[in-house]
Design a protein around this ligand. Sequence first.
Ligand SMILES: [Zn+2]
Length: 44
Amino acid sequence: MIMSSKEFFRNLPAKECSECGKVVRDEMHECYSNECHECESKIK
Ligand SMILES: [Zn+2]
């Protein structure tokens, strides 16, 4: 059974990008520190 993203986020504390303040999706976050994918690619 696939959890909807709403369900998924309800169970997680929101992480915010330290650069732009956008909420960072946890599933995309594992490899990154505190930046969202966009900022992460800008930094590098
Ligand atoms: Zn960002």
